[in-house]
Design a protein around this ligand. Structure first.
Ligand SMILES: Nc1ncnc2c1ncn2[C@@H]1O[C@H](COP(=O)(O)OP(=O)(O)OP(=O)(O)O)[C@@H](O)[C@H]1O
Length: 686
């Protein structure tokens, strides 16, 4: 067995479990070894009952006291016991474990470890692990236990066990970093790093393991980018594009004037699309800075010159929003261009018809999701592709696009506030234009950070806003099925809120598990103001534009990263009305308050990202990956900015010495890069 072997060769992984693992993207032993924990549980020594605090995970040793009871329905049996020590009594609940009634004997001493919550003024431990006899707990004391991201049907324990087995097949030959690079950047070797990321013996080992893995991830990414850049550098602009009067006339007629920054960026884009070289450009601009209209102008430039332009959105809801707003813009201003929508959830027949219109050139502006670049989409004359940074093309995707005809101009949009030095590394394949100014008609959003005691006041505030004709969003965090966390479920929440607000106000809910058609319907109804209050998970996060919405309330705001909260806040304050953002915190901790206060102080994404990082500090085990930027598996662009710089420097060193990676010491690296490029193509076109 080796890292390429299927995971079904491991003990205990049958067909059913294998399918679940595959759902998490794990096919081989190597995939499993690279399935990194999302956090670590630190097993601390048991505390006494009197010391327990709400919200924390703790261990307690105590005597089972009185009768163990079993209540609840057949589907949800709850076993309840009381534990006693010298400082007090603790109620403990377990779900769906009826057999405990017989195994937990009154008078026996056990250790339990779980989360403490508050119910009716009383502290309660929910569904803890049991250590009986208590000494068995000591084995875990002070260790870091991995917590994996999971899918329904699979437990953390199952993943941990599988990883433990897989670690036996770690192969030193997998070391692909050239020795001199590894030494000069003091990086741990491959085997050590993989072991250390899953089961670190201590924090020091974890840091070393992680640093190596982050470094290799960034290095591979940067090397891949350089390859694309190299290949594209020579590309000439074969499209004959020139500025069109319709574009200038549209700009004259729009209800607003472009900001100075928008004008500058539009000139850059237009100049390049009409110039001698192919464009690969990134537009960076904070939420609401007006990137979309610039993209639309670029699409028009392609379309009005007899070519096609396509815009790819990260979700169907957004693709549809773009389709509707661009179609109506063209109608309103009599722009002679036809639009088409192409998304994965269309029926086969709808798709076929759309493909036909695209292939014949009957439509010029095509909006959609990934379906846009699937094999069956043959373009008539594609001159421009606009995409967002999350779905910026996998390194080889551009070649697959080029395979459909000429290589088009590429425009990538990003709302991520990162410093220029980092942007140059991360978007090494792109030139960068920055929209560093918000439209002048905006009133700054008013923010407040409150605790749950404020909820009723918040609801009546929303009610008044709706009565004035405005709309509101409420965001609830997503609940991972495996976590017994007390998070409001959007559907129940919407039902409760609907009662609270009265029948005059339409409340609806939206979440990721809904069918696409249903999501679209709800979003369009919200856009038409047939729904006034939308309760949603973060599916709403990117790009939704309903300028009439003025209130954004985020429940359990402490569970989100600040950058994400800033994105969410960006959904309001997009029109002429005063807007409000209410961050409701379910935790009374000082740290949480301090973090959320940053949002209260500032509406500037760049500032927020910087402050967030300062607060978290580089060594925060649990804050890792909070920015979620650019979908790195382990690296975090903000947190690991220094490693990113080093990896970039190392990439430079490697390529200066050996541009084609032909030297012996770089052979393995070349193979690794090749695999990465093949994979990133596969992953992003599916
Ligand atoms: N110069 C301007 N003056 C006034 N309003 C503008 C201007 N430019 C764009 N807008 C409007 O501002 C709103 C937000 O613009 P847009 O959707 O392009 O933002 P964005 O930069 O794409 O933001 P996000 O990253 O949040 O999606 C839209 O309703 C748009 O019509």
């Amino acid at each position: 067995m080796n890292e390429q072997s299927k995971i079904s060769e491991l003990k205990g992984i049958g067909e059913k479990t294998e399918k679940l693992f595959q759902k998490m993207g794990i096919f081989t032993i190597g995939d499993l070894l690279r399935y990194f924990p999302r956090a670590y549980d630190v097993y601390e020594a048991p505390v006494s009952i009197g010391e327990l605090e709400e919200g924390k995970i703790s261990a307690v040793t105590g005597t089972v006291y009185g009768r163990v009871q079993l209540v609840g329905s057949r589907n949800m049996q709850v076993t309840t016991a009381f534990l006693k020590d010298l400082t007090g009594t603790l109620k403990v609940n377990w779900f769906r474990m009826p057999f405990l009634r017989n195994t937990l004997k009154s008078g026996s001493v056990i250790t339990v470890r779980g989360r403490i919550i508050q119910r009716k003024g009383q502290l309660l431990m929910e569904h803890p692990e049991i250590y009986n006899p208590p000494e068995t707990y000591n084995k875990k004391l002070d260790t870091l236990q991995p917590v994996y991201p999971l899918t329904a049907g699979i437990t953390n324990n199952a993943v941990g066990k599988a990883v433990e087995q897989a670690l036996q097949y770690l192969d030193l030959r997998q070391e692909f970093l050239p020795g001199d690079i590894r030494l000069s950047y003091h990086l741990a070797e491959y085997n050590f790093a993989v072991k250390g990321i899953h089961f670190p013996l201590n924090k020091e080992e974890f840091y070393q393991a992680r640093e190596r893995l982050v470094f290799e991830e960034f290095l591979t990414f940067i090397l891949a980018l350089r390859q694309v850049r190299e290949r594209e550098e020579r590309a000439d602009n074969r499209f004959a594009l020139e500025n069109k009067a319709e574009i200038d006339s549209l700009l004259m007629q729009l209800p607003y004037e472009l900001t100075r920054a928008q004008k500058k960026v539009w000139e850059e884009i237009k100049g390049e699309m009409c110039g001698p070289r192919l464009m690969s450009r990134l537009i960076q601009g904070d939420v609401g800075s007006g990137k979309t209209i610039i993209a639309v102008l670029a699409l028009m430039l392609a379309g009005l010159n007899g070519y096609q332009g396509a815009m790819m959105a990260p979700t169907e809801v957004l693709a549809k929003q773009h389709f509707e707003s661009i179609t109506s813009l063209f109608e309103q201003y009599k722009i002679p261009l036809k639009t088409e929508l192409l998304t994965g959830s269309m029926t086969a027949k709808e798709k076929r018809l759309a493909y036909e219109r695209i292939a014949s050139g009957e439509v010029q502006i095509i909006l959609g999701t990934h379906a846009l670049i699937q094999e069956k989409a043959i373009y008539h004359k594609l001159a421009l592709v606009v995409t967002d940074e999350q779905h910026r093309f996998g390194v080889r995707q551009r070649e697959s696009l080029a395979g459909k005809g000429e290589m088009p101009h590429i425009l990538v949009m990003s709302a991520t506030p990162i410093p220029r030095t980092l942007a140059i590394i991360l978007y090494g394949d792109l030139d960068i234009s920055v929209i560093d100014e918000l439209p002048a008609n905006r009133q700054p959003i008013k923010n407040c950070v409150v605790d749950t005691g404020y909820r009723k006041t918040a609801y009546s505030f929303m009610k008044r806003q709706v009565e004035e004709g405005r709309q509101c969003y409420i965001i609830c965090p997503m609940v991972e099925e495996s976590e017994a966390v007390e998070a409001e479920n959007v559907t129940d929440y919407a039902a409760m809120l609907s009662q609270e607000l009265g029948s005059q106000i339409q409340v609806a809910s939206l979440h990721g598990k809904m069918k696409q058609g249903q999501k679209d319907e709800i979003m369009s109804a919200f856009a038409r103001n047939e729904i006034q209050v939308l309760v949603s998970t973060t599916v709403i996060e990117v790009g939704i534009n309903v300028p009439n919405a003025t209130v954004m309330m985020v429940e359990n705001a402490e569970r989100f990263g600040l950058a994400q909260l800033h994105q969410l806040r960006g959904r309001v304050g997009r029109g002429k009305y005063q807007s409000y953002c209410i961050f409701m915190s379910g935790s009374k901790g000082k740290e949480t308050k301090k973090r959320l206060e940053i949002l209260n102080k500032s509406n500037d994404g760049f500032f927020i990202a910087g402050e967030d990082l300062k607060l978290r500090g580089p060594g925060d085990l649990f804050g890792i990956r909070q920015s979620g930027l650019m979908d790195f598996r382990i690296g975090d662009v903000f947190q690991d900015a220094d490693i990113l710089q080093k990896a970039s420097e190392a990439a430079g060193r490697i390529l200066d010495e050996d541009p084609q990676l032909e030297m012996d010491k770089n052979k393995k690296l070349k193979e690794h890069l090749q695999q990465y490029m093949d994979k990133s193509l596969l992953n992003t076109t599916l």
